[in-house]
Design a binder for this molecule. Structure first.
Ligand SMILES: Nc1nc2c(c(=O)[nH]1)N[C@H]1C(S)=C(S)[C@@H](COP(=O)(O)O)O[C@H]1N2
Ligand SMILES: [Mo]
Length: 381
């Protein structure tokens, strides 16, 4: 008798896979969320000082495992571009590098940024506000590759497949997302097939050896470890497009797609922190307030700061760099601290008039929560 034979009911992937859920009223961050938070790190807010984020300080979000691609094997990597095209392509890194290269400075932000502050809290990667970073991404314009391949009649989307594989809410999958062809093939949208970050090969966690970078859209669109682009005649309905990354109030709704980044300003926390509470300590007198602000809808035209719990506001100076339309802008304001407890708030408004809300916008996935940032400061003589 074979004692190792399977029991009557074979296990299903669903058993390995946690359903999407909301935390209970008093439920703190649990071990599963901690496990995600320990893998996927944010930008330490003091690193907002850098125009471009050093790679180790840029936020990281990975749904499954980081594929291990030794540099010695990267020469074997092939990017396929097929489907509804007249001339399918299969390109190695050397062939991509031989094409005209462009560099775009792009601010990436995770759509789940702000999720951990929601109530009830969607149980997932528990970002506070730090899921952001800005880098100089170098590669080949996606529009140029698509023009080379020549989309055939009836082509509507380009679907991007990463080399990472996992299971999510019971669905086994390669990480995959799409863009409308009109977006993907438009050189003005700046979508890149990137092989370098800040002038060096992509680090493993950011997609080595190849990734997509979609300026102005939340990070989920920028598929890492890119191995395949398929042009299709129907809109993509895969998990990361039609199930995840939708703005929904209730589970059954189709929801609206999560796409363009909503405006947000963040400040470099002033003074110095308490180790555990992270409360900021400053001395009485002038305290410079600085930070960054961005929006995928257009340039940030106004940043306002309040130092009195949002009773009064004043304008910060915003310095946009017209040479980098997809990167965050710097802002600065001065504040004179007096002994006592203070609440600092910062709020961005973009050229379309979109502004950050004073109460958190809630949805089931915890996406796009661009609530104003509030920083508690203790001023001690
Ligand atoms: N292949 C693949 N691409 C991916 C992901 C992933 O899990 N697998 N995560 C996406 C998400 S949700 C975000 S926010 C960004 C994060 O990019 P970064 O880690 O380089 O900051 O990558 C996106 N691209
Ligand atoms: Mo994300």
């Amino acid at each position: 008798m074979d004692v190792t034979s399977a029991p009557a009911a074979a296990p299903t992937l669903g058993e390995a896979s946690a359903p999407g859920r909301l935390a209970g009223p008093d439920e703190g961050i649990g071990a599963a969320e901690l496990a995600l938070a320990a893998r996927n790190h944010g930008l330490p807010l003091e690193a907002l000082r850098y125009d471009t984020t050093p790679p180790g300080l840029h936020y990281v979000l990975v749904h499954y495992d980081i594929p291990v691609v030794p540099a010695a094997d990267a020469g074997e990597w092939r990017l396929g571009l097929g489907g509804l095209v007249r001339r399918p392509l299969r390109l190695g890194l050397a062939e991509l590098r031989a094409r005209p290269a462009v560099t775009h400075r792009v601010t990436l932000e995770c759509a789940g940024n702000g999720r951990a502050r929601l109530s009830p809290r969607p149980v997932s990667q528990p970002w506070l506000v730090e899921a952001v970073g800005t880098a100089d991404w170098t590669g080949v314009p996606l529009a140029a590759l698509l023009a080379e391949a020549g989309p055939a009649d009836g082509a509507v989307e380009a679907v991007f497949t990463g080399a990472d594989h996992g299971v999510e809410r019971g669905t086994e999958q390669d990480y995959r997302r799409s863009l409308p062809l009109g977006h993907a093939a438009d050189p003005a949208r700046g979508v890149l097939v990137a092989y370098a970050m800040n002038g060096a090969p992509l680090p493993p966690q950011h997609g080595y050896p190849l990734r997509l970078v979609v300026p102005g859209w939340y990070g989920m669109a920028s598929v890492k470890w890119l191995r395949d682009i398929t042009v299709t005649g129907t809109p993509f309905t895969g998990f990361q497009q039609a199930v995840a990354y939708r703005y929904r109030q209730a589970p059954g709704e189709p929801g609206d797609p999560v796409d363009v980044i909503a405006p947000r300003a963040l400040m470099v926390p002033p003074g110095f922190p308490d180790f555990m509470s992270r409360v900021r300590v400053v001395r009485p007198g002038p305290v410079p307030l600085t930070g960054r602000a961005w929006s995928g809808h257009g340039p940030v035209v106004r940043v306002r700061v309040s130092a009195d719990g949002e009773r009064t506001w004043r304008d910060a100076e915003v310095t946009a760099d017209p040479g980098h339309p997809w990167a965050w802008s710097a802002w600065g304001a001065s504040w004179t601290a007096a002994p006592g407890r203070h609440l600092l708030t910062v709020r961005a408004t973009d050229a379309t008039g979109r502004t950050q809300p004073l109460t958190a916008p809630w949805n089931r996935g915890g996406f796009g929560n661009n609530l104003v940032q509030r920083v508690e400061v203790l001023c001690v003589p």
